[in-house]
Design a protein around this ligand. Structure first.
Ligand SMILES: [Zn+2]
Length: 77
């Protein structure tokens, strides 16, 4: 289960939340202080401690690699 890092904009606290990959990542997660104004921080902490995952899933990336084979589906419409 990947761990996502969030940051609270109210108290500037960073915290990690382990969330199932099937759950939407856009769900608002309150900080340990109870503030709801949090935002997800995109970092490379998607390594589960004590797990046996070997980068089985592709890391979320905002920029597509400079290649050309962007997709095989119908997203390039
Ligand atoms: Zn907070």
């Amino acid at each position: 289960m990947p761990a996502y890092e969030y940051r609270c904009r109210t108290c500037d606290t960073s915290f990690e939340v382990r969330r199932a990959i099937t759950e939407p990542a856009a769900v608002t997660t309150p900080c340990p202080g109870g503030h709801a104004d949090t935002s997800r921080v995109f970092t490379a902490v998607a390594v589960t401690r004590g797990g046996s995952s070997t980068a089985a899933f592709s890391a979320p990336s905002a920029s597509a690699p400079a290649g050309g084979a962007c997709c095989g589906g119908g997203c390039c419409g």
